[in-house]
Design a binder for this molecule. Structure first.
Ligand code: TEU
Length: 530
């Protein structure tokens, strides 16, 4: 929301900017648009700290602007997905303000997790940690100034977790879901889904001192991916099934395994879920192949379509991730200097891989321009709560959130009015990466995305579920066939791969001759009989 396009000259993206730039999305060829939170918020966590889930922050526009956006997007054939943040509210939400005022033991505090501290009250109630660093508990003071109870926050202290066992919480969010479905949104993205249920009694998780929030490693955690979360998802699914049209949910769930993830998309739960294992896989053929296989195998029994994603507003952009020596495993040490030319080459190849896989693909704004992570933002520009919470050791997620470059030769590159500074500074060298510049260049990353998305709609082979690996006997190549004679070949090795006899090239991520160069992918039309 904040980084797409600004229409009112405050340096912050808004609904008006989104409306003005809808033709870019239609021309790109996307089916739907997911918008991060536009709700009233003190912006302690980029709008994921909400004071009113049924309104729009004046900095982003009005509900009337949203209605106009829905109408215009639908007119262009683009669906709209909104973000549902139901694990926590803002500390300035009326519920939390009332909870603080009402005091210990009150019904108002029952909507959150208020507990007495241990060791006479001075220690947090348990050892749970925050995703942004430090303990997941903050102590409040009574109106008289005395230290009092603690409250739970999986994310920043400005984002207290709600207690989903409270009927008022359940009812309150039912109303939020209905509010947006009534307004005509096509889908809902469920934020931080695995956090929404907690084990009864809030037992210790056994975190080591200084432990990181590595939720993909946690099994049987008392505060992540607890089975009771599925009752919440079923509740929402039952609501959305009562609406006309195809309304779809997508959950954000970074959990331990593809099998655990598949539980979020059982037939009476969510329709789809993000696939972070794919996003976090290093640029290595064997790792990507494992993730693809595990995803397909886990989702087949529950009958949900797989999804694939390379970047998000929470992760370093993949051009930069792929620009360094690749670790053997997810989360392994990343070493060496960044070679952004290599990173971009791999990113373009990864795009053809992503868009050739069966199921849905999610793109993060700016990846169609091949934007790199901005790793050298001045520290006084950083806004992600991670920076403060980590004691200035982890810079956080601002580097992937730098506003998009649309046109012109200098910042703000058409993102906002010429004399306005965007909320995060854009690198001057993005002059070469603007939408305007890349639209005019048939070899640009933008042109590649447009061509790939057009073919993805048109080619019959990409429409079905069919997927089969072609055994290439080479551990550094990914080669697979879809339906109707469509093939995809990705060379992750160091040597060129002969293309003779493999089919006719339809689209390639870098120029190909009779060989597929390293870090290049190609879509092929094959004889359907083979
Ligand atoms: O993120 C929640 C979350 O679980 C992520 O931090 C996840 O661990 C990460 O993406 C793994 O790659 C969501 C939003 O996407 C994020 O922007 C918010 O800060 C957070 O919820 C709190 O609302």
């Amino acid at each position: 929301m904040r980084s797409f396009a600004d229409s009112n000259g405050d340096g912050l993206g808004d609904v008006g900017g989104l409306r003005a730039r809808l033709p870019h999305l239609a021309e790109l060829g996307v089916d739907a648009l997911w918008v991060t939170p536009w709700y009233p918020s003190p912006m302690a966590d980029g709008g994921y700290d909400i004071t009113d889930h049924r309104d729009v922050d004046p900095r982003f526009g009005t509900l009337a602007d949203v209605d106009a956006l829905l109408e215009e997007a639908h007119g262009l054939g683009v669906r709209v997905v909104v973000d549902l943040v139901a694990n926590h509210t803002s500390e300035q939400h009326p519920w939390f303000v009332a909870a603080l005022a009402a005091g210990p033991g009150s019904a108002e505090r029952g909507r959150y997790f208020f507990r007495d501290g241990r060791a006479g009250g001075d220690q947090p109630p348990n050892d749970w940690i925050s995703a942004f660093g430090g303990p997941a508990w903050t102590r409040v003071t009574s109106p008289g100034g005395a230290p009092e109870q603690w409250y739970l926050h999986t994310f920043a202290p400005e984002q207290p977790d709600v207690d989903w066992s409270d009927p008022q919480v359940q009812q309150g969010y039912d109303d939020v879901v209905r509010f947006w479905l009534d307004r005509g949104v096509d889908g809902i993205r469920v934020d931080a889904a695995p956090a929404m249920a907690k084990a009864p009694g809030l037992p210790d998780a056994g975190h080591a001192p200084g432990a990181r929030f590595d939720s993909h490693l946690w099994q049987d955690s008392p505060h992540w991916d607890v089975d009771e979360v599925h009752a919440i998802l079923r509740r929402w699914r039952a609501i959305s099934d009562g609406y006309p049209g195809d309304r779809a949910f997508v959950t954000e769930a970074v959990v331990h395994s593809a099998e655990r993830l598949s539980r979020y998309v059982r037939p009476d739960e969510m329709h789809t879920t993000f696939n972070f294992d794919f996003l976090h896989a290093p640029w290595r053929a064997e790792r990507l192949r494992q993730v693809i296989d595990a995803t397909l195998a886990a989702l087949r029994p529950v009958g949900a379509p797989p999804t694939w994603v390379l970047s998000s507003h929470d992760d370093p952009r993949h051009v930069t991730r792929y620009s360094r020596e690749q670790p053997a495993e997810r989360g392994g040490p990343v070493s060496g200097p960044a070679d952004l030319a290599v990173g971009l080459r791999r990113a373009r190849a990864a795009t053809l891989l992503l868009l050739a896989l069966p199921g849905g693909a999610y793109l993060y704004q700016g990846e169609e321009l091949g934007l790199p992570e901005v790793e050298d933002l001045p520290v006084d520009a950083l806004q992600d709560p991670t920076w403060e919470r980590s004691g200035h050791t982890v810079r956080g997620r601002d580097g992937c959130r730098v506003p998009l470059p649309w046109s012109g030769e200098a910042p703000p590159f058409g993102f906002t009015a010429t004399d306005v500074r965007p909320w995060l500074p854009q690198p001057p060298e993005w002059a070469a990466l603007t939408v305007e510049r890349q639209s005019a260049d048939p070899e640009s990353t933008l042109s590649l995305y447009r061509a790939a998305l057009r073919l993805r709609r048109e080619l019959p082979g990409l429409a079905g579920e069919r997927f089969r690996w072609d055994d290439d006997g080479d551990g550094s190549v990914l080669a697979f066939t879809r339906g109707a004679g469509f093939g995809c070949l990705v060379n992750l090795g160091e040597r060129p791969l002969p293309l003779a006899g493999r089919g006719v090239a339809l689209l390639s991520s870098s120029p190909v001759t009779d060989e597929l160069p390293p870090d290049t992918a190609v879509w092929l039309e094959r004889d359907p009989a083979t």
